[in-house]
Design a protein. Structure first.
Length: 164
């Protein structure tokens, strides 16, 4: 089983979607009072996690791990509970028809940690306007980018566990 993947994700409406079935979104899952402060919305099978940069164009790396790695280097970490009943996890834009990233994931409960760096920094804020290729974007750690860690078991706490 492949346990990691990476891709460009367009975070439409300033959010990344983490889900086990892209077709289950309903209006009841949308952002409500209090969701912005805690950094996420949705239910355990369809999570939306907030982003910052205006261009909404991010490199996202996903890892399924048994133990959570050290998170000190990250500017923001949002933790959500996640339940998989389809055998898959997808990372995508709320507007995508097809996920940017899909991985096999055993059915069960997980803690998902969305770690971000250089929040709010994109090419336009750096005075750059030429679209980067996927390879170029993958190597740019000076613009907003994310790593998502999927860990078996329920999280001890949800929300923004780090926000600098």
């Amino acid at each position: 089983m492949k346990n990691e993947a990476a891709a460009r994700v367009f975070a439409s409406h300033y959010q990344l979607v983490i889900c086990d079935d892209p077709t289950i979104f309903t209006e009841e899952l949308n952002w409500r009072n209090g969701d912005f402060e805690r950094g996420f919305a949705g239910n355990e099978r369809f999570r939306m996690v907030g982003t910052e940069a205006d261009l909404n164009d991010h490199w996202v790396e996903v890892r399924i791990v048994n133990d959570l790695p050290e998170l000190d280097a990250w500017q923001r970490v949002t933790c959500v509970s996640f339940q998989c009943i389809t055998g898959h996890v997808h990372i995508m834009s709320i507007l995508d028809n097809e996920p940017s990233i899909s991985l096999d994931l055993p059915n069960g409960n997980y803690a998902v940690y969305v770690a971000g760096s250089n929040l709010g920094v994109d090419q336009s804020s750096l005075g750059e306007y030429e679209k980067l290729t996927d390879t170029q974007l993958a190597h740019r750690k000076d613009v907003e980018w994310y790593q998502i860690f999927i860990v078996p078991g329920r999280p001890v706490r949800e929300g923004r566990i780090k926000d600098e």
